[in-house]
Design a protein around this ligand. Structure first.
Ligand code: NAD
Length: 289
């Protein structure tokens, strides 16, 4: 297929390369000349504008920083410029309301669109092992699935338009809150005189176990290899966790859902980012506890 790809950053660069590896002709665009140069090295054709990249496309994939940018790129340069039979797939993490509005505007102009945010970081984007959570009509999902499968290990239909974003921010709110809970628990265990490896051996087989403990333990030298064992470098940046928690708080406000634990996690990650720690892995919040 001829696929336009917009946003060739940390995530999009690897995803576009995997579409090329799957045999697609990728017409790519990014505002950054460096990102465009890397995309050419990976076999993409690059263009000077979004409009040129989407001309003649059978599908348009975007991986952009936030909802305001997604809304403006689709309104100004994709809708009305890509062929109307092109399938539109936004893989960025953005707020549910914007995802639904962009998809509705696209539908009004005759396009099928899905929101398809991802779980998995830069390594998964490069390795083609992302998990996609997809919101959109059944036929749009069916058309999107083989395209997304070239970039991921799992493609799951979450429901109608916006449901992919809803699933993503609900999952990440749980992750943020459970990471803080895991960190404060290990800090308490230490102050109570427990050996942390011994506590891990107990709790990982007891009712307190969770992913933040058993797959991503924030304590160096305890549990499987994780960013804690690498000075909290790599992994999932605290600033990105904060972005997702803010999206979750906005969504909760909109529907009047009480989310006290998510709210507290958002406060703690805000303070952590303000202290200059936005670039370190999100499990490093244990250092504040
Ligand atoms: P990034 O900042 O590395 O890449 C974004 C790219 O978009 C940049 O190259 C930038 O130049 C480009 N861009 C910005 N405005 C543009 C425009 N108007 N037109 C074309 N290109 C434009 O960010 P990233 O880490 O690749 O994240 C992208 C999305 O993926 C975000 O929504 C993020 O929340 C989500 N995400 C990231 C991760 C992660 O671990 N990095 C994991 C899951 C989801």
């Amino acid at each position: 297929m001829q696929i336009a790809f917009i946003g060739l950053g940390n995530m999009g660069g690897g995803m576009a390369a995997n579409l090329v590896k799957a045999g697609h002709s990728v017409h790519a665009f990014d505002l950054s000349a460096d990102a465009q140069a890397r995309a050419r090295e990976n076999g993409c054709a690059t263009f000077d504008t979004v409009r040129e990249a989407v001309a003649g496309a059978q599908a348009v994939v975007s991986m952009l920083p936030n909802g305001a940018i997604v809304a403006s790129v689709y309104a100004n340069d994709v809708i009305g410029h890509a062929p109307t039979d092109a399938l539109l797939l936004d893989c960025s993490t953005i707020d549910v309301a914007t995802a639904r509005k962009v998809a509705a505007d696209a539908a009004a102009a005759g396009y099928a669109m899905v929101d398809a945010p991802v779980s998995g970081g830069i390594a998964a984007a490069n390795g083609g092992t992302l998990t996609f959570m997809v919101g959109g009509a059944q036929d749009a999902f069916a058309a999107a699935e083989p395209i997304l499968a070239a970039m991921g290990k799992a493609v799951i239909h979450a429901g109608d338009s916006g449901a992919g974003q809803a699933a993503k921010i609900c999952n990440n709110m749980l992750l943020g809150a459970s990471m803080v809970a895991t960190c404060e628990t290990f800090a308490l265990a230490q102050r109570l005189g427990l050996d942390l490896q011994t506590f891990y051996d107990i709790s990982s087989k007891a009712s307190g176990q969770c992913w933040s403990m058993t797959s991503y333990c924030p304590v160096p030298g305890v549990g499987p290899q994780s960013p804690a064992d690498n000075g909290y470098q790599g992994g999932f940046a605290s600033a990105l966790m904060l972005k997702d928690l803010k999206l979750a708080m906005a969504a909760a406000d909109e529907v009047g859902a009480p989310v006290p634990m998510g709210h507290r996690a958002e406060e703690l990650y805000s303070a952590f980012a303000e202290a200059g720690q936005g670039g370190v892995d999100f499990s490093a919040i244990i250092k504040t506890l």
